[in-house]
Ligand binder design. Structure first.
Ligand code: UDP
Ligand code: MG
Length: 318
């Protein structure tokens, strides 16, 4: 029988933990053709999450608790859980039931149809505030423009099914700046989708404020692409052109002044000269920055040491 692992990071979820375990267990028991486990990662909770989880071990023998030494954050906690998960398919979920367990059978069905990754995509962001909806939309447009080859699916969080083959590739990525929702599209494979509407958090507090969302957006961009470093090239060219035009204009006007064709206070020319020298210095710095950014971009890729290519299968005629 195939094993399905549910991985759930928990930070101060003493209220949600029992409800989550009960709801997910109910759904999983309905999937009679599969064995399942719930890997709960206690991400250094300050409340009684760990105690609650430990007490649940008797009721839920399929529960595995990964207790982290302190709070590492959602992405790292998820990673710890993914390492521990033994499943043929693994489903990361949030503890607050905003990723509805009732969708699990659909994810599994799609997986059995032959998809390696099944994204749980939100039908709409109606439930979100106007602000979150707008910023999320802007973020997806921005990031997907930056990266033509690896697309980040819009309105898909960590909630998705990923099979062993794809998960092993994700876990083989040796980077430390981990962003699951970038790594999964990076490794590729056959991707399917199911749709759901996201309910509001039932109990407890959301840990994602604007600051956390911003740092996730930055971490995702950095993880996905080094392309922003290329912007330096454009800015350098712009600075260079402005500098050249300004210097040439000043020379022309200086000649006109010297030949008395134009009358113009020399004091302005001196100020202009100062501006031109500043522009020239800025241009030299920009050129050097461009060179550095290009080395940096290549070095980031080397340091990250991701596989440059991932083969799904090799097919030959028998
Ligand atoms: N979480 C975590 N470590 C943290 C912050 C959050 O493990 O430092 C967990 C949290 O317990 C929940 C999931 O990550 O299971 C998503 O957090 P939350 O529901 O606060 O995020 P939101 O739904 O508001 O984006
Ligand atoms: Mg939530």
């Amino acid at each position: 029988m195939k094993l399905i692992s549910i991985v759930v990071p928990m930070y101060n979820e003493e209220e949600m933990a029992p409800i989550f375990l009960e709801e997910v267990s109910k759904v999983m028991k309905g999937l009679t053709d599969y064995r399942f486990e719930i890997v709960a990662v206690n991400d250094g909770s300050k409340d009684k999450t760990l105690e609650v989880l430990k007490k649940s071990l008797d009721t839920y023998p399929w529960l595995v608790i990964v207790n982290l030494s302190r709070n590492f954050g959602h992405e790292s906690a998820l990673h710890a859980g993914l390492i521990e998960a033994k499943g043929d398919a693994v489903i990361p979920m949030d503890a607050d039931l905003q990723d509805p367990p009732s969708l699990i059978p659909e994810l599994v069905k799609k997986w059995e149809e032959g998809y390696d990754v099944v994204n749980a995509k939100r039908k709409s962001r109606k439930e979100d505030t106007f602000y979150k909806r707008k910023t999320a939309g802007m973020f997806y447009r921005f990031i997907n423009k930056l990266s033509p080859k690896v697309k980040i699916p819009e309105n898909v969080a960590n909630f998705r099914l990923i099979n062993r083959k794809a998960l092993d590739q994700v876990l083989a990525l040796s980077e430390k700046n981990r962003v699951f929702r970038v790594e999964v599209p990076y490794v590729g494979f056959k991707v399917g989708e199911v749709y759901f509407s996201r309910p509001k958090r039932d109990k407890g507090q959301s840990k994602y404020n604007t600051k956390a969302m911003t740092s996730l957006a930055i971490a995702s961009t950095v993880s996905l692409t080094t392309r922003p470093l290329d912007w330096c090239i454009g800015w350098t060219m712009l600075t260079g052109i402005v500098t050249m035009l300004s210097i040439i204009s000043e020379i022309v006007i200086a000649i006109l002044l010297a030949t008395n064709i134009l009358t113009f206070s020399w004091i302005y020319m001196v100020v202009w000269l100062g501006i031109n020298i500043t522009l020239l210095i800025a241009s030299v710095i920009m050129v050097q920055l461009t060179i550095m950014s290009q080395y940096l971009a290549k070095d980031v890729l080397e340091a990250r040491n991701r596989p440059d290519v991932i083969v799904d299968e090799v097919i030959r005629k028998e």
